[in-house]
Design a protein around this ligand. Structure first.
Ligand code: NCD
Length: 317
């Protein structure tokens, strides 16, 4: 693996990365959270969009592997003075960094950067396109819930039925999960208002996953996991359909819907809007994997940085 730009990978590659993340996960139980694997390596987190979980977990992941981690954000960098992505990337590369983690509002920006700078690039979310480490951490957390934390290693998600609910059209999380989960054998249904289901998903052919508009129909099927997505108001260009009230009526995981799902794991990538995508009771229930997903994020990002940058992995020159 030279870069991580997409969640499109084969089953063996995905299971191997999840297993490596299991190795990394053991550090959570240690008092001293430091491995020497990336000592002397420098990673830049280049974030042109806001982030809480993704940026801090990449930073923690790099630091726990002993890399030097530098955060550069769009606001406060020369990008706000009009510098192009290419010039920003070449500038950072010229300082001798070993890898770049990039989040951008522009779909495809990490792939361009990878071409330009000749160093390993990790896509930390690009526009409405992809968010591969999110899909990996979702798979990691779900695999642990399905098989048990001590029996997850080596396993995939064969036959596990996952419904992804909400603003599918604008969600890079949905797209990356729609690529990765089926590779692991899971059956994915995308659920949302017709206005927020991309046409490529609605006809069910191009993404290769099923699409549904009725959340209640999907709830009646008792999926193994329900993944709620944030409504991406910032990407909807002011056109919000349905309204918040209509959204709650049709697609929110309310207390009443939660009561109809006694066995289903409840997932959300965060940030959550309680009361809109899901009720507080759903977010805080025993079925909720929300905080496990956050913890998994550190382990998965350690596995990705290790795969790309550790010398014994053939990474970085
Ligand atoms: C997501 C993102 O930024 O794509 N959040 C995350 O990385 N955990 C989802 C979102 O913003 O709704």
């Amino acid at each position: 693996m030279k870069h991580l730009l997409t969640a499109a990978m084969d089953r063996d590659e995905a299971v191997a990365l999840l297993d490596l993340a299991e190795d990394m996960h053991q550090i959570q139980d240690r008092e001293l959270k430091k491995l020497p694997a990336l000592r002397g390596r420098t990673v830049v987190n280049l974030f042109f969009e806001d982030s809480t979980r993704t940026r801090s977990s990449f930073e923690i992941a790099g630091k726990w592997l002993s890399a030097d981690v530098i955060n550069v954000s769009g606001k406060g960098s020369s990008a706000s003075k009009g510098e192009s992505l290419r010039d920003t990337g070449l500038t950072i590369a010229a300082m001798g960094v070993d890898g770049v983690v990039v989040r951008s509002g522009a779909s495809g920006a990490p792939a361009l950067l990878a071409d330009w700078i000749g160093r390993p690039v990790v896509n930390a979310g690009d526009g409405t396109h992809e968010h591969p480490t999110q899909a990996l951490l979702d798979a990691f957390a779900l695999r642990r819930r399905i098989h048990g934390p001590d029996a997850a290693r080596g396993k995939a998600l064969d036959g596990v039925r996952v419904a992804i609910v909400g603003d599918i059209a604008h969600s890079r999380v949905a797209r990356s999960n729609a690529l990765l989960l089926p590779a692991l054998g899971a059956e994915v249904t995308l659920v949302g208002p017709p206005s927020l289901l991309p046409l490529a998903a609605a006809d069910g052919t191009r993404l290769g996953v099923r699409a549904e508009t009725s959340l209640d129909t999907v709830i009646a099927e008792q999926p193994d996991a329900l993944m709620l997505l944030r409504v991406q108001l910032e990407r909807q260009a002011g056109k919000v359909a349905p309204s918040a009230a209509e959204y709650i009526t049709g697609w929110s995981l309310t207390d009443e819907r939660l009561a109809r799902l006694p066995q289903t794991r409840i997932m959300h990538p965060g940030p959550m809007n309680r009361g809109l995508e899901l009720s507080s009771r759903a977010a805080d229930s025993d079925a909720s994997t929300v905080l496990e997903q956050v913890t998994a994020g550190v382990s998965v990002r350690m596995a990705v940085l290790y795969s790309l940058l550790a010398s014994d992995q053939g990474g970085s020159r």
